[in-house]
Write a protein that binds this ligand. Structure first.
Ligand SMILES: *Cc1c(COP(=O)(O)O)cnc(C)c1O
Length: 369
């Protein structure tokens, strides 16, 4: 059985040093917003090459608090995409604003920058591009529309830790960048955690107040906040994991290259790789394929677990019917949802497994001819 994702091997290999990090927190007797969080904020800031970082409770909260710090609230519109994890939209709604969806480019599956301008209204306040599966969105074009209409840009980099665009880390290009450290992400905690990063100290100052009841100093509230603090155990494990991030990303890239080579010549569209402008990372390996559901079943029967990210565009979810999107409003997004399939990809997956999965895909199309 090849699981879609497994931590077993990592935990086996690193159990001792991971437990040492946790023990350090117990010894300190300090569990929320302490030295581990501060150390992680510094380390992540150095890693990304951006001055200001705030650790928060999740990627969802990172997006919500970043938008709030940039002044987004009830009555505003935020332009984003519908082929994303639900939390992108939850976060926008948590500010009181309304999401407005634009379609994506079929090749990159990221926001079609040519459509952004057509979605701008009097109420538009911000744009949230998603670096989906680790592939950077068209930031140059998105930033120029934002500049023209004086909109804020909050990058959803929750799937793109370490990806670069035009030589800069994604998350550091817009007004703020948001990361999730949900366990399955390229850098994951052992629970929920997230971070907001920004070149603007004011934005991160506001996020740091917002995450802690709105306190600018103990018992002094200038803004209405929430509780979205990063805890010390998660921060200690992130301090442990950050030094491995490049190595893990490289290993994912190596396995992705093997998939790319071994899936050639099949009725399968292979995901885009890095180019002169973009240094992508591989969060997910998502193919576009003929007879997707049959292929998924075929792999399942041969003990290969796959997934679909995401089977229903947010615009078409029951919970978001109130936004009023109709079938065929987002034709590329809707078509993609029928064709995409995520194959297993994580640093501990073996090359042998990738070869077996690719051979099984080949075998499936062989039986279909
Ligand atoms: C994981 C993810 C989030 C939210 O992260 P949580 O930490 O689970 O709240 C937001 N956007 C995208 C694209 C994600 O993949």
């Amino acid at each position: 059985m090849i699981p879609f994702l497994s931590f077993t091997e990592r935990h086996r290999r690193y159990q001792q040093s991971m437990m040492e990090a946790v023990t350090r927190v117990f010894r300190s007797g300090w569990f929320i917003l302490g030295p581990e969080v501060e150390a992680f904020e510094k380390a992540f800031s150095r890693y990304l090459g951006v001055e200001n970082v705030a650790g928060v409770n999740s990627g969802t909260d990172a997006l919500c608090l970043a938008l709030r710090a940039l002044g987004v609230g009830p009555g505003d519109e935020v332009i984003t995409v519908a082929n994303t994890a639900t939390p992108t939209i939850s976060a926008i709604r948590m500010t009181g604003a309304m999401p407005v969806f634009v379609d994506v480019l079929r090749d990159s599956q990221t926001m079609n920058p040519a459509l952004v301008e057509t979605a701008v209204t009097q109420r538009t306040r911000a744009i949230v591009p998603v670096h989906l599966y680790g592939y950077p969105a068209d930031m140059k074009e998105i930033m120029s529309v934002a500049m023209k209409y004086k909109l804020s840009v909050v990058e959803d980099a929750c799937q793109a830790h370490g990806a670069t665009y035009d030589g800069r880390m994604v998350g550091t290009i817009g007004d703020a960048g948001c990361f999730s450290f949900y366990p399955t992400k390229n850098l994951g905690a052992a629970g929920d955690a997230g971070a907001v990063v920004s070149r603007n100290a004011q934005v991160i100052g506001d996020v740091k107040a917002l995450r802690n009841y709105g306190e600018v100093a103990k018992y002094i509230n200038h803004i209405e906040g929430v509780n979205s603090r990063m805890d010390e155990i998660q921060a200690a494990l992130l301090n442990w994991g950050l030094p491995y991030l490049e190595q893990w990303n490289n290993q994912r890239a190596k396995l992705a290259a093997l998939y790319r080579a071994s899936l050639k010549g099949l009725p399968v569209e292979i995901p885009l790789c890095s180019d002169n402008l973009r240094g992508r990372v591989w969060h997910l390996f998502v193919i576009k394929c003929a007879k997707r559901d049959d292929l998924k079943r075929y792999l399942r029967e041969r003990e290969v677990e796959t997934a679909i990210h995401y089977p229903i565009p947010i615009s078409h979810q029951v919970a978001y019917q109130f936004l009023g999107y109709q079938t065929s409003d987002l034709p590329v997004t809707e078509a993609l949802a029928q064709d995409i399939l995520s194959l297993p990809l994580y640093p501990e997956l073996s090359e042998k497994d990738v070869s077996f999965i690719s051979a099984t895909v080949r075998e499936f199309y062989g039986t279909q001819m």
